[in-house]
Design a protein around this ligand. Structure first.
Ligand SMILES: [Zn+2]
Length: 463
């Protein structure tokens, strides 16, 4: 006879404004949330049901808005130790300036950078993070293991997009020759990473995606074989696409077609694919994404920083394209935060005459939560607050100086200043309290990351 399972431990959150971000955008002016172990057991208006057993904690969330945890869909953690360089460059010039430094990273640097990137996002309400890591110098150690270890230590839900580059300068690509892998080596290492770390279960804390870097740093074979590998292993695929006019020109010159047609010709569009940026998309590109249900990671700050342009997010949403938000690497978005991207996405998409209806506060919140869950393939388990989903949620303080006079709670966190995070929970476990991480030492992370940034700068200067 099986032993009786332990009774679930419950956490009750009450007296909060709640934005569930469910399919109907259900909101409660004053409501409750009951967590049982790692799942949401019930949610609704008014007080929590009476007579709940095993309540280990009761939180009076008066003065707060509760939302799903934020989901980041595009990032490059290693860039945390190369912030503030090449600050006035476009994408291609910025890449060429930084590749020689990036190609000198090692395991210790990558661990420190991952901790910094994760900490910055997590204390701002990110509960699911991702890292598109594509720089694997020879003999640099176990970089994927270091990144996954940092996420696991912090208690953040995580997708590693195992990236790769095999088109260097000698093949007409942008990275230097010593910074790339062989096609076969990259594919084999990606497969091994999936087999070692990918967890397909409902409440998985770690998943892995197949993620060749970008059209100008990978061969057509790596793109095609990467898509085939992802489908054979049943995991998602990710890459960069349609970021700049220079990339579009590059694709026309080398492949005789634009980026979206190129991706489609290699099998790299589909409901199991999401792509970063998608700034330069014509109507037929957007239709191809909608038809194939390919997702988009919208990175407004990075696109502004590198003068890439403005992605057509309202048109994508109208066409039914899944869209999430991304910080992007912090060498092109030094802030490293996602909660401020809600506001940036809204403002950037409204730029231009008569665009006041381009994106509203609730759409921006949806991009950062449910939209992100969709593009990561996890909308069944995270991204909205509903009974049965995982307990990933944030308590935003909206009764302080920054927000107490803003008429509506969702408007307060999107239009207003970055709201303080009183508490953030991942998988039913609290990882942030009063803007500080509970799981790691932020000050030690800041010191270590600075030490590693200086070490990398020294090595790069000597090379
Ligand atoms: Zn990127």
């Amino acid at each position: 006879m099986a032993a009786p399972s332990a009774a679930p431990q419950r956490i009750v959150v009450e007296n909060a404004a709640i934005a569930t971000v469910d399919a109907n955008d259900t909101e409660y002016a004053s409501g409750y949330l009951v967590v049982a172990d790692n799942k949401i057991e019930s949610i609704g208006a008014g007080k929590a049901p009476e007579g709940l057993e095993n309540v280990v904690r009761r939180i009076d969330a008066t003065g707060h808005l509760v939302t799903p945890g934020l989901v980041n869909t595009h990032h490059h953690f290693y860039q945390w130790i190369t912030r503030g360089l090449a600050t006035d460059h476009n994408l291609f010039n910025w890449l060429v300036a930084l590749y020689p430094t990036w190609a000198r990273i090692d395991e210790q640097m990558v661990r420190a950078a991952a901790q910094g990137s994760l900490a910055m996002m997590a204390r701002g309400g990110v509960t699911t993070a991702m890292d598109h890591h594509y720089v694997y110098p020879v003999n640099s150690g176990d970089l994927s293991g270091a990144i996954i270890g940092a996420a696991s230590e912090m208690g953040v839900r995580f997708t590693l997009a195992r990236g790769s580059m095999d088109r260097s300068e000698k093949d007409g690509g942008l990275p230097p020759d010593f910074a790339v892998e062989t096609t076969e080596g990259a594919l084999a290492a990606t497969e091994e990473t999936v087999k070692r770390y990918h967890d397909a279960s409902f409440d998985a804390m770690t998943q892995v995606a197949v993620a060749p870097c970008s059209p100008f740093s990978i061969s057509t074979e790596l793109l095609r074989e990467g898509a085939a590998l992802g489908r054979r292993l049943g995991v998602r695929m990710h890459t960069h696409g349609s970021e700049t006019v220079e990339e579009e020109k590059f694709c026309h010159e080398l492949f005789g077609m634009g980026p979206t047609d190129y991706f489609e010709s290699t099998g790299f569009l589909g409901e199991d694919v999401w792509m970063a940026h998608c700034v330069h998309m014509n109507d037929s590109d957007i239709a191809a994404f909608a038809r194939t249900k390919t997702g988009v990671a919208h990175c407004p700050s990075s696109n502004a920083r590198l003068a890439a342009g403005i992605a057509r997010v309202p048109d994508m949403l109208a066409a039914g394209v899944p869209v999430g938000l991304g910080v992007d690497g912090t060498a092109s978005n030094e802030s490293g935060e996602l909660h401020t991207e809600l506001r940036n996405a809204l403002l950037i998409n409204r730029l231009g005459a008569h665009r006041e209806a381009a994106l509203n506060a609730r759409q921006a919140l949806r991009l950062g939560t449910h939209g992100g869950a969709q593009v990561l393939g996890r909308a069944d388990s995270i991204g909205s607050l509903e009974a049965g989903k995982l307990a990933d949620f944030v308590l935003w303080k909206i009764d302080g100086l920054g927000h107490s006079t803003i008429a509506d709670p969702v408007t307060a966190i999107v239009f207003g200043a970055a709201a303080p995070v009183t508490a953030s929970f991942v998988n039913g476990r609290q990882i942030v309290e009063n803007d500080r991480l509970l799981t790691v030492d932020e000050d030690a992370i800041a010191r270590d990351a600075r030490t590693e940034a200086q070490r990398l700068a020294r090595i790069a200067a000597q090379a």
